[in-house]
Design a protein around this ligand. Structure first.
Ligand code: MG
Length: 157
């Protein structure tokens, strides 16, 4: 067994879509970034790469590469799963926490979880998504950003 952690933060701004775990969430602000800025998916990519000791999202999918502009981050996730599989690993489980003051994420958790599990080709029971607020404290609590943490457990086949 090998475990990896992932962390990401993106700023909330106007005129951007809010995409979390590959699901578009209706909100008047969205996350700023080179790709679709899906903070949750980015944290999961880093956790999986970390567990396999394969570096980080920035080295595999650099934000200086014009090919990745506006990119659906689920493509990064799928590509990451294929990379670790090619290295002889299989994903045992992934757990995540999204920290967002607004919008309320509870109505979207099942869809996010299903979307991520499908993309990774794992069971929904191997993919967990939790959401919490920042109790109105700091950058997240003031609604300026969304943070995501992830942990991945891989086994060697
Ligand atoms: Mg990111």
């Amino acid at each position: 067994m090998q475990v990896g952690i992932g962390y990401d933060v993106h700023r909330l701004v106007e005129n951007r879509k809010l995409v979390l775990g590959g699901v578009e969430i209706p909100y008047h602000l969205g996350l700023l970034g080179h790709s679709d800025a899906d903070v949750l998916t980015h944290a999961i990519v880093d956790a999986i790469l970390g567990a396999a000791a394969l570096g980080d999202i920035g080295t595999h999918f650099p934000d200086t590469d014009p090919r990745y502009e506006g990119m659906d981050s689920l493509i990064f996730l799928q590509d990451t799963a294929l990379k670790v599989t090619a290295c002889g690993y299989q994903i045992e489980n992934i757990d995540t926490t999204v920290i967002a003051q607004r919008p309320k994420l509870a109505p979207y958790i099942s869809e996010i979880r299903e979307t991520l599990a499908r993309t990774l080709d794992i069971a929904v029971t191997q993919m967990n998504v939790k959401a919490t607020t920042a109790e109105e404290l700091g950058m997240v609590g003031e609604g300026k950003a969304i943070v995501a943490h992830a942990i991945a457990c891989l086994s060697r086949r």
